[in-house]
Ligand binder design. Structure first.
Ligand code: ADP
Ligand code: MG
Length: 316
């Protein structure tokens, strides 16, 4: 593009809250054929609220006909915690985490008037959850991968997890001393204009995809709400694998615009043909991006593409 075209495009962009980092970005934005959205904070508001707390029943198995230990039969019981106890341990464990999922759990517990304890040995496992000790009990809060990595079987919570995920919620397992004790779920709100943005992009002939660290079922529920094809959902992608997933998508010759808001997204923004940081995005994301959207409105993605097409078409 000529310097004049670049000037016009950049100025038009700035007037519309779309900041292009350089003239060549305008050209690259015109060439894209695929838009890949991050889910949390990009298509959704990222403002999580605690919606569900489930306490699983402890197993109670008598070896012979329910007789008590006193008359010879051994009774094996696993203590079950009630909902408040599950939430209190989960929230105490999450106290030191800055993850929006964690903050919603802590706020939810406080709103219910629960007194939280101070966790010891706090460990954050990126893309999975947290591992801590609360009042001498070993507490894990996170996804299936986190529990399995610690040798805890998430199976007893499978039905509850699936039910909540199908509702589009992010369900998290709570394990206490090596067994799954319950499930907590956070929900996030899909932004008002997400579906309109996806429709407008598809109308322009672009493929629209969704990439997230969240699980398949939750990701698909959100995809369905905004009009993204289920085949175009890449779920359960660990933060360090997001860039690789983008490379994968582009390996077939696609030219993708990646739209994301978080620290997690920075490597993928850098790898994409065009990286686009949205709204209240973190500094790291903005730094890695080629385009910054001042507002957190997904419709501005369409605007960015329109501006690049319009300016360059006019000058040529
Ligand atoms: P996203 O890509 O949606 O921003 P992350 O990559 O940060 O999500 O996390 C992926 C998944 O790991 C979450 O959906 C959640 O199941 C789990 N997880 C991550 N951090 C935490 C946490 N602090 N507490 C509980 N679960 C967590
Ligand atoms: Mg995000």
């Amino acid at each position: 593009a000529t310097p004049a075209a670049t000037m016009v495009g950049s100025t038009l962009g700035a007037q519309n809250g779309v900041l292009f980092k350089g003239g060549d970005i305008l050209e690259r934005a015109r060439d894209i054929d695929t838009v890949v959205f991050d889910k949390t904070g990009t298509l959704t508001t990222g403002e999580m609220t605690l919606t569900d707390v489930v306490a699983l029943e402890g197993e109670s198995a008598a070896t012979d006909g329910g007789e008590t230990a006193a008359d010879g039969g051994a009774v094996v019981t696993r203590d079950s915690l009630d909902e408040d106890a599950v939430l209190r341990l989960a929230a105490s464990a999450e106290r030191n985490s800055e993850h929006p999922l964690a903050q919603a759990i802590v706020e939810g517990a406080e709103e219910r008037g629960l007194e939280l304890a101070d966790p010891e040995d706090f460990e954050n496992v990126p893309g999975q959850g947290v591992r801590t000790t609360v009042e001498g009990r070993e507490v894990l809060v996170g996804n299936r991968r986190l529990l399995e990595g610690d040798g805890v079987d998430p199976a007893p919570a499978a039905a509850e997890m699936e039910r909540l995920e199908r509702e589009g919620k992010t369900a998290m397992l709570v394990a206490v001393d090596g067994t799954v004790a319950g499930v907590v779920a956070d929900a996030d709100t899909v932004k008002d204009s997400s579906a309109d943005a996806v429709a407008a992009l598809r109308e322009r002939g672009l493929d629209v995809m969704l990439i997230t660290g969240d699980n398949e079922r939750t990701a698909r529920a959100v995809a369905e709400r905004v009009g993204i094809d289920p085949d175009n959902v890449r779920a359960g992608v660990l933060p360090e694998d997001k860039a690789g997933a983008l490379e994968d998508i582009q390996s077939t010759g696609r030219k993708a615009m990646m739209v994301g808001d978080g620290v997690n997204d920075a490597p993928a923004l850098a790898v994409a043909h065009v990286g686009c940081a949205i709204g209240s995005g973190t500094d790291v994301a903005i730094e890695a991006a080629d385009v910054t959207l001042m507002r957190d409105d997904p419709l501005d993605v369409v605007k960015a593409i329109r501006i690049s097409e319009a300016t360059l078409a006019k000058i040529k």
